[in-house]
Design a protein around this ligand. Sequence first.
Ligand code: SAH
Length: 361
Amino acid sequence: MTTEKKELLSLSVNELEELMLELGEAKYRAAQIFPLLHRGMSPDEMTNLSRALKEKLATHARWHLPTVERKLISALDGTVKYLFGLSDGNCVESVVMRYEHGNTICISSQVGCRMGCRFCASTIGGKVRDLSPAELLGQVIAAQKDTAERISNIVLMGIGEPLDNYDNVIKFLRLVNDPKGLNIGYRHISLSTCGLVDKIHRLREEDLPITLSVSLHAPDDETRSAIMPINKKYGVAELLDACRVYYAATGRRISFEYTLIAGKNDSPANAKKLARVLNDSLRNNGGVRNATKMPIHINLIPVNEVAETGFVHSGKEAVKRFAAILESCGIRATVRRTLGADINASCGQLRRESQSDKSEN
Ligand code: SAH
């Protein structure tokens, strides 16, 4: 037996079967335990397991579900924001949003982030560590248990850069999709990235029909590098080319996020340039099947003001004008509806508050 204790919620059914064999148990136990674990039960709570097996699991494996450290509920729209505690005392945030088509959870992928986007609260203290598959899945399970409602959609848009925690995120996607577990369809999952081009290519090869969301936020290298350091490694042209190849191979539409920051990236000239660069690189680029039909969707997000960044959001008129220019160039643009405005539902800030509480004590 290996000495390192395995995290039960990180294991696939096959890996759980192997563990059962290693523990001298029948393989079929795995099929009994897996669905219960994914409903949020601890091994100790499982009435169908012998005391002996529970003891073996406690000795040779680990189980921890994120604990609710804080919970804020929006009086405006029922959005619930969680500060979840992990087994080592670190915290991450998740947000449950209620839509007509079901409940969506926004989960974190890392404790902190090392991407350094200038407008973002999650990256201020850098990256502490990656989340394990169990901790990614645990956010969904714990939120579903706490709300007592089914969660049908997942967005990886919380704290962290999911493609910077690649292997654990892929393992999580397969776990959460397992019909014996939460059974959430890939088409109900979106992954948002700041643009790690090498990983976008790898993701394409995984052949998982999830939706890719790309945080673009600027139409050219100069503007983008000034707010997103990752752009110095992978520029706009290279990023959009990875998107073009991704769409050509998977047929899955990509959506782009564009955070509007007053005076940085929100002028009519920025909008025109954005439309041109998207049309040129995604639609008019020779040799791609159905290229001219590629749907392009931009989500415009008025920047959420974070005290430390000093960035101010664009006024309503500037947002409308920006959207209208994109639409006139054949690009669908929607302005993101703000949910949970009264609980500051976007990510990173609750964790930072809890950190400064701790350091003050
Ligand atoms: N690292 C991933 C996912 C996490 S951030 C990514 O970069 O896509 C989720 C989205 O929120 C990204 O589009 C990010 O750029 C955006 N975002 C971060 N801070 C923001 C802020 N202060 N205001 C508006 N959007 C912000």
